[in-house]
Design a protein around this ligand. Structure first.
Ligand code: SF4
Length: 448
């Protein structure tokens, strides 16, 4: 195992990462997606070499768990045998529907290819840490407005001309804009941004570029055209939700979500086999734990959607599982202090009615909060002292109340019962939680 195969590094196929249930590998096909046949073959390899579980991460990568050093090497060889070229080097991400979405502002794929090639030629792949990434948001249905990155470029169209807003560290809402660039200068600017991060050393990130360094970088770029004209571009593209979307040329895409990002390999094989029957050309992965099948027509996407629902995928944005983020937790992860995903599934089944779209829940096996680094309206977090309740905080926040981990479902049930009983006609669950206040919620969770 090389130096990068450590917790916190990116577990690429060539450098698996140790977890509680063996080694984990993460892979992204360079082509953007898998043919149904290659996804079936990959899932069979996951069954043969791993623990038979396939994961789709919040950023839209595929993960296979439960490997040993020997089986990880065999898996890598098998992936190579499938002719699948996986992404290496600095991650340069764009929307899963790039080039296919009639709503997108600009196709970011040529720009992505230029940045990848220039990063490789400049040796940035070796000089940057494994988590440094570039996001190109071309807008449209699969925009990456909610995906954080060290360097982000967001497409804008003005009088028929395409330009890119260049920003540092964050998502579309939080990144710091430095310039608006003509299409022809965007790749060069991204490389200048990556060079500035590389100058901080291998641990450096975009967020570490302080005001002085950002000013030095901005001096290399064309000036901003005015904050007012940047604001719309910073809104970024939408994030995909389970739906059927029209594509260019009369084709359709089916977007389904993988519940809590994890599915038995047999379930994914079932989806890919039906996708093959309806002549879907590709299955792509997207942020939000989305699998996206590119179908010839709307009728094919509709047929595939039915099968996806039967297999347990999330096919509607109203599914309460959509409102919950959960990591694997114990026993899959060695740091897990409670079985986060199985607890999340039980909560969705028993108390999904209170997750009405206004109220998100994060169930985390420990305070690291891998499934959702941001604040959540409600969070259940495993710790040495049991399951903690956090309101409007992250997994690292100090819990308002704690119960033994084995009581977490019952305690959450009391909280759900309180919200159910107190919610006024027309009131959302989030508004009800805010009105009840933290003390009342903590008492219901802890004491009943
Ligand atoms: S948050 Fe979950 S996946 Fe991350 S280290 Fe803790 S238990 Fe493991």
């Amino acid at each position: 195992m090389n130096a990068f195969a450590r917790r916190g590094a990116c577990p690429a196929l060539s450098s698996p990462m140790p977890t509680g249930d063996g080694l984990l590998v993460r892979l992204n096909p360079l082509a953007g997606g898998f043919s149904p046949a290659s996804l079936i073959a990959l899932c069979k390899a996951a069954l043969q070499h791993g623990n038979g579980v396939v994961e789709v991460t919040a950023r839209g990568s595929l993960q296979i768990r439960g490997l040993t050093p020997r089986s990880a090497a065999l898996l890598a060889r098998q992936v190579e045998g499938l002719g699948m070229v996986v992404r290496t080097g600095v991650p340069v991400e764009h929307g899963a529907l790039a080039g296919l979405d009639p709503e997108e502002i600009a196709d970011p794929r040529p720009l992505a290819a230029s940045i990848r090639e220039a990063a490789r030629q400049n040796g940035l792949d070796q000089r940057l840490g494994p988590k440094v990434s570039v996001v190109l948001d071309g807008g449209g249905h699969s925009g990456l407005g909610a995906t954080a990155a060290d360097i982000r470029l967001m497409a804008r169209r003005h009088c028929g001309e395409i330009s890119w807003t260049f920003a540092i560290a964050g998502d579309a809402r939080t990144a710091k804009p430095l310039a608006v660039l003509p299409d022809g200068r965007a790749a060069q600017a991204a490389i200048a941004g990556l060079e500035a991060v590389a100058a901080l050393g291998r641990e450096g990130r975009g967020r570490d570029l302080d005001a002085r360094r950002r000013a030095r970088l901005a001096a290399l770029l064309p000036p901003l055209v005015g904050a007012g004209s940047i604001a719309p571009a910073l809104a970024g593209g939408q994030r995909l939700v389970p739906s059927i979307l029209p594509l260019r040329g009369g084709a359709s895409a089916l977007a389904v979500a993988v519940p809590f990002g994890q599915m038995d390999a047999d379930g994914v094989i079932g989806l890919a086999a039906r996708a093959e029957e309806v002549r879907a050309s590709e299955i792509r992965l997207a942020p939000g734990r989305i699998m996206l099948a590119l179908c010839p027509a709307d009728a094919d996407a509709t047929a595939l959607r039915q099968e996806a629902g039967r297999l347990g995928f999330i096919i509607s944005p109203d599914d309460p599982r959509s409102g919950i983020s959960a990591c694997p937790g114990a026993p899959a992860c060695a740091s897990g202090r409670m079985p986060a995903r199985s607890l999340a599934a039980l909560i969705a089944a028993a108390h999904g009615d209170i997750l009405d779209g206004s109220l998100g829940l994060h169930v985390s096996g420990c305070a690291k909060g891998c499934a959702n680094p941001a604040k959540a309206p409600l969070a259940l977090v495993g710790g040495e002292d049991g399951a903690g309740l956090v309101v409007d905080g992250t997994a690292r926040s100090v819990p308002l109340a704690r119960v033994p981990a084995e009581h977490a479902l019952n305690s959450f049930g009391r909280l759900a019962g309180l919200i159910r009983a107190e919610r006024r006609p027309g009131e959302t669950s989030a508004a009800c939680v805010a009105r009840l206040g933290t003390r009342c919620l903590a008492e219901a969770f802890e004491k009943g």
